[in-house]
Write a protein that binds this ligand. Structure first.
Ligand code: DAH
Length: 345
C-alpha cells in the first residue's frame, strides 16, 4: 500500500494558510478541510488500519504529529481572531466619555424639591422647624391617633395602599402628612412650631389634577392661647410670602376628624388671576389644603392637656403649589421626568 498518504508534504503550506486566515468563518472552513471527515488526515487514519503492523507505530506517530500541528495552529489562530473580534466590538460600542466631559449637562433640583425648599424657607422665616416622618406608617399614626374612625372611607383599601407587613390592614403608605404631627408631638417638648413636608400616597387614577404619589406639607402649632385668628393670619402670611401679594387666601368651613373647627383654604387661581378658567373650573379659586384647631381627642392620643394647650394644624399640596406658581395645567408632567419640561425650572 502506498505510504504517500502519510507524507503530508503540504503541512507547512497548510500551517501558513491557517495563520493567514482572516476570519473565524474562513478558519472553520479550513478546519473542516484539514481535519474534517474527508480530510487527508481522516483518510490516513482510516488507512492506518490496513498498514502492516510493523509499520503502524511509525506512521501513526507521524499522523499524530501532523494532526497536532494542525490542531494547535487552528487553536492559536482562533484565539487571535476571537480576541480581534472582541476588540473590534469594544471599539464599536465604546462610549466616548471625553465627549460628555467637553459639554457637561448639569442636572438641577427637581421642580417639586425646589418648591418644597421654598415653602420650608417661608416657614423657617416665620420661626418654624422642619420635621420629617416615615412614608410607611401604622394605622394608629395615620388614622387612629388623628381621631379618624374605623368607618372612615380613607381607611378603605379602595382609597389607601396597604403594605403586607404585620397584621393585615395594620401598615400602609401614609395617605397624608398628618401622622407626622403625632410623631412631632410625641417627641418634642412644647411649644411646637413645625412644618413637615413629604411624599404621600393614595389609590388614585392619575388625571390633570391628581397623581397617586404626591407631596404635602403639614403645619403644626401647639402653644398657650392659640386661636383661629392665629391660624387665619398664618395662612394669609404664607400665601402672600410664597405666591406674592396679588394672590389672596380664603377659608371655607369644612370637616376633618382631627381638627375642630376645620376649614379648607383656597387661593386665587394664579392661571386666570381669579377671573375663572379651565384649571379652577371657572370659579377663580383653587383649593390648596385643609386646616383647623387641633381636636382635643388628638391631644389626648399623645397625652397633651387640652385645658392648658391649644393649637392649629394645616396640610396642603406641594405639587399644587408648584402647579399654581408656574401655571402648569397638567400635574402628570411632574412625574414624567421629561427633561424638556423639567429644564425650564
Ligand atoms: N390631612 C388632610 C388631607 O390630606 C389635610 C389636612 C386638613 C391637614 C386639616 C391638617 C388639617 O393638618 O388640620 O386631606
Amino acid at each position: 500500500m502506498s505510504n504517500n498518504l502519510f507524507l503530508f508534504e503540504d503541512l507547512s503550506k497548510d500551517l501558513d494558510k491557517i495563520s493567514q486566515a482572516e476570519s473565524l468563518t474562513i478558519l472553520a472552513n479550513l478546519e473542516q478541510e484539514l481535519l474534517g471527515k474527508s480530510s487527508k488526515v481522516a483518510l490516513a487514519r482510516e488507512a492506518l488500519k490496513q498498514v502492516e503492523p510493523n509499520e503502524r507505530p511509525e506512521l501513526g506517530k507521524r499522523l499524530n504529529f501532523v494532526r497536532n500541528q494542525l490542531q494547535n495552529g487552528l487553536d492559536q489562530r482562533r484565539k487571535v481572531l476571537v480576541e480581534g473580534e472582541r476588540q473590534k466590538k469594544l471599539q464599536e460600542e465604546k462610549i466616548d466619555l471625553g465627549e460628555i466631559l467637553t459639554s457637561p449637562q448639569r442636572g438641577h433640583i427637581h421642580l417639586i424639591a425646589q418648591t418644597q425648599q421654598s415653602l420650608e424657607d417661608v416657614f423657617i422665616g416665620m420661626g418654624y422647624t422642619v420635621e420629617e416622618g416615615p412614608e410607611v406608617e401604622t394605622e394608629w399614626y395615620n388614622f387612629e391617633a388623628l381621631n379618624i374612625p374605623p368607618s372612615h372611607p380613607a381607611r378603605d383599601a379602595q382609597d389607601s395602599l396597604y403594605v403586607k407587613l404585620g397584621k393585615p390592614g395594620s401598615t400602609l403608605l401614609r395617605t397624608h402628612t398628618s401622622p407626622v404631627q403625632i410623631r412631632v408631638m410625641q417627641n418634642n417638648s412644647l411649644p411646637i412650631y413645625s412644618v413637615m413636608p413629604g411624599r404621600v400616597y393614595r389609590r388614585d387614577t392619575p388625571d390633570a389634577r391628581h397623581t397617586p404619589a404626591f407631596h404635602q406639607i403639614e403645619g403644626l402649632v401647639v402653644d398657650k392661647d392659640i386661636s383661629f385668628s392665629d391660624l387665619a393670619g398664618t395662612i394669609e402670611t404664607f400665601t402672600s410670602a410664597y405666591f406674592g401679594p396679588a394672590i389672596k387666601a380664603r377659608l371655607r368651613p369644612a370637616f376633618f376628624p382631627f381638627t375642630e373647627p376645620s376649614a379648607e383654604f383656597d387661593i386665587t387661581c394664579t392661571i386666570c388671576e381669579g377671573s375663572g378658567c379651565r384649571t379652577c373650573s371657572g370659579v377663580g379659586w383653587v383649593e390648596l389644603g385643609g386646616c383647623g384647631m387641633i381636636d382635643p381627642a388628638v391631644f389626648a392620643s399623645v397625652g397633651i392637656d387640652s385645658e392648658q394647650w391649644s393649637g392649629f394644624a394645616f396640610g396642603f399640596g406641594i405639587d399644587r403649589c408648584a402647579q399654581m406658581k408656574h401655571g402648569i395645567d397638567d400635574m402628570r408632567v411632574l412625574l414624567d421626568n421629561d427633561i424638556r419640561f423639567l429644564s425650564q425650572f
